[in-house]
Design a protein. Sequence first.
Length: 156
Amino acid sequence: MKLKILVGTMTSTADYVAQAIQMDCADLVEDIEVQLMDGLDISAFDEDALYLICTSTYGSGDVPDNARSLYESLDATPKFLGHVRYGVIALGDRTYQQTFAFGGKKFDERLQGLGAQRVGEVWIHDASAGTMPETEGTAWCREWLQLALAPAQTAA
């Protein structure tokens, strides 16, 4: 199974988290691709892969500039994404309580609205906590991957 990490970032923090995951989780997934969201649209989800959205929040709870075209295409050219399994890493700063981690939360809401299946819970990192998102993100991702890669339960 391929893990495709789609990165939305303004200051490269989300990219650093994705690259740390790529290095740290190579023993769990054979093929991990990190791709900045620049210029992507909904067709980014056409590949047979497990997806991880890794994005910061910018401005008043917006997705980063480089993620805008992908995010907007989910509304502008919607299609059923029932084949898509994904997770979300949402980076934010709790000092902005009204819009904390909205970048990731917005992607999650829109993907679920198109039928995509989120694996596990959205993981949120708080920049004001003083912890390293790369360290905590890779630890979370190792647990998330075990859940995502577990054999599917068959319905009785």
